[in-house]
Design a protein. Structure first.
Length: 188
């Protein structure tokens, strides 16, 4: 893909998502994949994948902004923490089967902040309320040009081998019996 073609794609996007995607394009160069609705970079910086999308979502935590850039890492979230993460920030996305966690915001800095706090919740360093309060504090600090350690880098190492295919509950015999029952019902 040439720069002009990525630029041409962005020309058709709304201002909100175009601006966010342009930051990623300026930092990482041409995307590895591009469609009219998304640009994707693989192994960009510390990320497994960065996805900038034409579609954006209004998000009011901690202040009104838009979410259109998703930063993905490999990370195994124990299922018992999924609800806490949803309570913390609706833009933190847990993909248990894939073994991935992502944050979707306007920029990488906010995504780092969300993922660092996700890690703090999973490891028990912070509870949901503490994480939300810290997010708001650091978000405001960023605007004041104060140090923002949770936005500068991931404070933990992404994991590997994190996919969780879950546990099988239906045997081949169960599936064969179900198919046989289905065939009998169709013939009746």
């Amino acid at each position: 893909m040439t720069e002009a073609s990525a630029g041409a794609i962005l020309d058709g996007w709304p201002d909100e998502s175009r601006e966010a995607a342009q930051f990623v394009l300026d930092k990482y160069g041409e995307p590895d994949e591009a469609t009219p609705s998304s640009l994707v970079w693989f192994n960009a910086g510390e990320w497994k994948r960065v996805v900038a999308t034409r579609e954006f979502y209004e998000h009011n935590f901690p202040a009104p902004h838009i979410d259109s850039v998703e930063s993905v890492i490999d990370y195994a979230v124990p299922p018992e923490h999924a609800t806490s993460l949803a309570e913390f920030d609706g833009s933190v996305i847990v993909e248990r089967t894939a073994g991935e966690v992502s944050a979707r915001c306007h920029d990488e800095e906010a995504n780092r902040l969300a993922l660092n706090l996700m890690h703090d919740i999973v490891t028990g360093e912070k509870d949901v309320e503490q994480a939300r309060a810290y997010y708001a504090e650091e978000f405001a600090g960023y605007r004041k040009k104060e140090p923002t350690p949770y936005m500068e880098k991931l404070r933990f190492s992404p994991q590997s081998g994190t996919a969780d295919p879950d546990q099988r509950v239906l045997s081949d015999q169960d599936l064969e019996q179900a198919a046989e029952e289905g065939e009998r019902k169709e013939q009746a």
